[in-house]
Design a protein around this ligand. Structure first.
Ligand SMILES: [Zn+2]
Length: 278
């Protein structure tokens, strides 16, 4: 099988692992090429630094904090076997569409020529997420146009032979914006066999681990979200495909073929198994 090139774009560094880390660990193990890209420093979510700033009121050393965030992402990606990490380092205090960032993302698209791009649901109510998706869209368009002096040929554009995009379909927040544009997954990836790897990767984000341990609770909820329960698998990452896939015949996955022959016990165990049981 021809190897895939996958570009994963996240509004914050941690998003790259949180929403798709398990899926990417599997692709890398299969020999596919994976590139991680985050436009922002993620400083708005350096919760440890924010807490300390609130408590002490002393301006932090921003450079060293940004270096921390970068290293966390590199270390987390390494846990998954991914060593191509692009940390563009733009400020994310006011996340807006910025032409410089769009051009930088376009350069990465031109270089890695992705078959698949993973990014946030376009109607995500976190501004940094929605803006990252918008900029990715614009970057796909930019990479497909004539850009003299660039060391790569134009790629497929958004109205032409664009790469497939998979948006995260993890059950989002419960506010009205997200409730009106609900994410209905088209694609569920069973990440049960790599959940330990993903957990180790997530634990690299020390800047975001609260003393109360709520990060763990959030992650358990996301990885065992309602879609994986309904799919009768312990852990899943869920996506919405931008374009319908084209097949020769109606597709039925191996999972779908085997589902009916699984025992009741096996099905129930898959639904109730959680990481904290171990
Ligand atoms: Zn985020």
């Amino acid at each position: 099988m021809e190897k895939l090139s996958i570009l994963n774009v996240g509004g914050h560094p941690k998003d790259l692992i949180q929403y798709a880390g398990g899926t990417l660990a599997k692709h890398v193990a299969r020999g596919d090429k994976v590139c991680m890209l985050t436009p922002a420093t993620g400083m708005t979510l350096h919760t440890k630094a924010l807490d300390s700033f609130r408590d002490k009121g002393v301006d932090p050393d921003m450079k060293s904090l940004i270096d921390d965030r970068k290293k966390e992402l590199i270390d987390a990606s390494e846990e998954l076997g991914i060593n191509d990490v692009r940390f563009l380092g733009y400020s994310d205090d006011v996340p807006v569409v910025d032409k410089r960032i769009v051009n930088d993302i376009a350069d990465v698209i031109g270089e890695v020529q992705p078959n698949i791009i993973i990014t946030h649901w376009p109607y995500d109510s976190s501004p940094a997420h929605a803006v990252a998706t918008q900029m990715t869209f614009l970057a796909i368009e930019a990479a497909s146009s004539m850009r003299p002096g660039k060391p790569y040929a134009p790629t497929g554009g958004v109205t032409g032979e664009m790469p497939q995009i998979f948006y995260h379909a993890t059950a989002g927040r419960t506010n009205v914006i997200e409730s009106l544009a609900i994410r209905i997954p088209t694609t569920i990836i069973d990440i049960s066999d790599v959940i330990k790897k993903k957990t180790r990767a997530m634990n690299k984000f020390k800047s975001q681990i609260h003393s109360k341990g709520d990060t763990r609770k959030v992650l358990s909820a996301l990885d065992g979200n309602i879609h994986s329960v309904h799919a009768r698998i312990p852990y899943a990452e869920t996506f919405v495909a931008h374009n319908p896939e084209v097949y020769e015949f109606l597709p039925l996955s191996e999972y779908g073929r085997k589902l009916a022959s699984r025992s009741r016990t096996e099905l129930h165990e898959s639904m109730s198994f959680m990481l904290m049981d171990e």
